[in-house]
Write a protein that binds this ligand. Structure first.
Ligand SMILES: O=c1ccn([C@@H]2O[C@H](COP(=O)(O)OP(=O)(O)O[C@H]3O[C@H](CO)[C@@H](O)[C@H](O)[C@H]3O)[C@@H](O)[C@H]2O)c(=O)[nH]1
Ligand SMILES: [Mn+2]
Length: 432
């Protein structure tokens, strides 16, 4: 029986995180959660992506972006981009739900985890870097406008020791480490994939019980390239290796390939454009590159590729579309507006306002079914037979003359923009 007053909640503010959120949402459906699925997004989400998100999530809720703009603390984590995770705090305003579980968009659910709703606020797993802090990639909470207001007040008065939501939430719920062991989720509910192999015996002993894997850190699954033929990611120099990590990365890509990519292709008009000839496809601000296999193709897949090169939309190479269903003519859904909470803290006043909540179509209108039932809309031709490489690229960085001048004068921003990770990413892009 569906439970309508409890929800899994995630956040995605950019096109790459949408890909992660879709994989996460699908993994929850696949393991037959009985709870609602909610995604918080910021207003600039492209309209086709909104449609795709609504195939997977029950509710797509627009919120205003909140950025801590705390460059100094974020630099200590070498993650200047994470100020935006303050946007997560909007989840406490989802008061139509009595209890929720927040999951980062870079998590993947490996089995049904509905038992998390038996826990109380705030339940979370230890952070692998500092186990007396909880990691905020997975946590159980109770929406409440009172807590919401207190959180923002706290943010204004104390800030966050890491510049992101995790520092803030750990200071706010500061007795988590010592007070109530029931609020300590086992590590298997937030298994940091790249760290697991550092304590290999424990991973060997407990790893098979993993329930939620978290691709924590700067390198996410979508930064890898994937070969659908071998069903494996390409291991690049310097990337975190380790058998277990690769196993989870492959799992993520398997869901992306077989469930998410067809859905994105089906709803994104630009897939049929001229760019097809290079097999590069714009999905909002991300670019999905599909490289056809050049050797060992059987005759039929060669023909498919040939025809796709000339006039067929790429989508038709892999996806068979059915006629729109009669339910598509249903009346437009109601829009619900949530009022901002009373007297928000001054600094965040503008940003705190939840601006627009849209309810998804009824669940029986969903395009994406749990994958144990064959989807009625999308029939995949064999991607593995014809594609040797899939990758998700991010938007190129805008030209930054001021930064360049500083660099040339010898003032490098080693903790931020010019950190080792960022320079390595640039080199990798250049060497591609
Ligand atoms: O540009 C962004 C960046 C982040 N997110 C969302 O915020 C989450 C956290 O960012 P992520 O890159 O996953 O951070 P982590 O590498 O997991 O780093 C840690 O530090 C973050 C900042 O404190 C916490 O939010 C994380 O839960 C914690 O695991 C993501 O999963 C998304 O849901 C966006 O939507 N857009
Ligand atoms: Mn994360």
């Amino acid at each position: 029986m569906p439970v309508t007053d409890q929800a899994f909640v995630t956040l995605a503010t950019s096109d790459v995180y949408f890909q992660g959120a879709l994989v996460l949402g699908h993994s929850l459906r696949h393991h037959r959660t009985s709870r609602q699925l909610v995604i918080l997004t910021t207003p600039q989400v492209p309209s086709f992506m909104r449609v795709v998100l609504r195939c997977v999530f029950d509710e797509v809720i627009e919120v205003k972006e909140i950025d801590s703009r705390d460059a100094a603390h974020l630099a200590l984590m070498k993650r200047p981009e994470l100020g935006i995770t303050f946007t997560k705090l909007h989840c406490w305003a989802l008061i139509k739900y009595t209890k929720c579980v927040f999951l980062d968009a870079d998590t993947l659910v490996l089995c049904n985890v509905d038992e998390l709703f038996d826990r109380e606020e705030i339940s979370a797993a230890p952070d692998p870097g500092w186990p007396d802090c909880f990691n905020t990639g997975v946590f159980v909470f109770r929406p409440s406008l009172q807590t919401y207001n207190r959180l923002f007040q706290f943010a204004v008065e104390h800030g966050s020791f890491d510049g992101g939501d995790q520092g803030l939430l750990n200071s706010f719920f500061n007795d988590w480490a010592v007070k109530d062991i029931d609020k300590h989720l086992p590590f298997i509910y937030n298994l940091s994939s790249s760290i697991a192999y550092t304590y290999l015996p424990a991973f060997r002993h407990f790893g098979h019980e993993a329930k939620i894997v978290h691709f924590l850190g700067p390198v996410k699954p979508w930064h890898y390239k994937h070969n659908p033929q071998t069903r494996s990611v390409f291991q690049e120099f310097g990337s975190p290796s380790g058998h277990h990590h690769i196993h989870f990365l492959n799992l993520w890509w398997e869901v992306y390939n077989t469930q998410i990519l067809p859905l994105v292709m089906q709803h994104n008009d630009t897939w049929g454009s001229r760019e097809l000839q290079q097999h590069k496809h714009q999905v909002g601000h991300v670019e999905v590159t599909i490289k056809p296999a050049s050797t060992d193709l059987d005759k039929s897949s060669t023909q498919q590729l040939e025809s796709s090169k000339h006039e067929m939309p790429a989508m038709e190479t892999f996806v068979h579309k059915k006629e729109p269903r009669s339910s598509d003519s249903s009346p437009p859904e109601p829009e619900i507006f949530l009022q901002p909470p009373p007297r928000p803290a001054e600094v965040f006043k503008e940003e705190m306002q939840l601006i627009n909540i849209e309810e998804s179509p009824r669940s029986d209108d969903r395009v994406l079914e749990p994958s144990s039932q064959p989807s009625p809309d999308v029939e995949l031709l064999d991607l593995a037979a014809s594609v040797s490489e899939l990758s998700i690229g991010t938007e190129p960085e805008p030209y930054d003359p001021e930064g360049r001048q500083k660099w040339e004068e010898g003032h490098m921003d080693y903790m931020g923009k010019d950190s080792f990770e960022n320079i390595k990413k640039k080199l990798d892009r250049f060497l591609e």
